[in-house]
Design a protein around this ligand. Sequence first.
Ligand SMILES: CC(C)(COP(=O)(O)OP(=O)(O)OC[C@H]1O[C@@H](n2cnc3c(N)ncnc32)[C@H](O)[C@@H]1OP(=O)(O)O)[C@@H](O)C(=O)NCCC(=O)NCCS
Length: 237
Amino acid sequence: MQLNFDAVRSAAQTVPEWAVMYWPGPVGRRLRRAYWGKRLGAMGSGCVIDVGVVIQSPEHVFLGDNVWVDNYVQLIAGVPPRHPRITVKENPAYRGRPGELHIGSNTHIAPFCVLQGRGGLSIGSDSGVAAHAMLYSLSNHYRDGKDAGSGEDYDQVIKFSPMVPLEKQALISAPVVTENATAVGLGAILLPGSIVRQYSWVGSGAVVMGEIPGGVIAGGNPARVLKSRFGGAPPHD
Ligand SMILES: CC(C)(COP(=O)(O)OP(=O)(O)OC[C@H]1O[C@@H](n2cnc3c(N)ncnc32)[C@H](O)[C@@H]1OP(=O)(O)O)[C@@H](O)C(=O)NCCC(=O)NCCS
């Protein structure tokens, strides 16, 4: 049997990760802080990485001070491999690089959130992302920007499954940004290219596409401005 040294090395790297991942209580938090502090792109002081958190491509993850990544959160970063049918869109609010995941200081990411930063993701300071929210900067799509494939020919139609060959899938990639002092409600979804401007709250279960202006309460699918947060007429969305 031939030994695959890369596979052995990557398995060996994950052993300490498993060892600290589910360790309960303050000792577990201390161990995870020490472990992830060495592996993340940056981790400020006072950060908490809780039980069951999974971090992919940690060198592309940047945490400010006092960030709390709660139980079973998934942080996914890293530039995706070259793809023959990817549509890449700019997001003028995003200041990082593709594949990076930034979380500002004093921000809480609640249990079971999935933060997918492969197209670039930035969450502001003093903010909260409630449980089960999903922020996706890279997503499968039914077309590649050029065509949707012929509906007549099964073989030509773009498929959703990662198990089909790459040229039969299409992806869309665009950074996602939530600015400072924002909130993303329980189970909300932010699709590629979304922006939530400063002070705004996105209600539970919202599906955000495009931009939510600053200082508003937004909700629904697709998410719309429900009202101004600070009184007065809501700004146009
Ligand atoms: C969006 C939210 C902040 C609005 O709170 P609120 O201002 O007290 O809401 P109101 O009851 O005054 O509702 C205002 C309008 O928004 C609508 N609305 C409220 N929440 C909504 C939501 N999540 N999605 C869509 N519409 C919503 C109401 O139906 C109402 O519409 P109407 O004026 O046509 O009747 C709140 O409903 C919410 O979703 N909070 C997030 C909770 C959460 O995720 N917490 C995290 C756990 S700590």
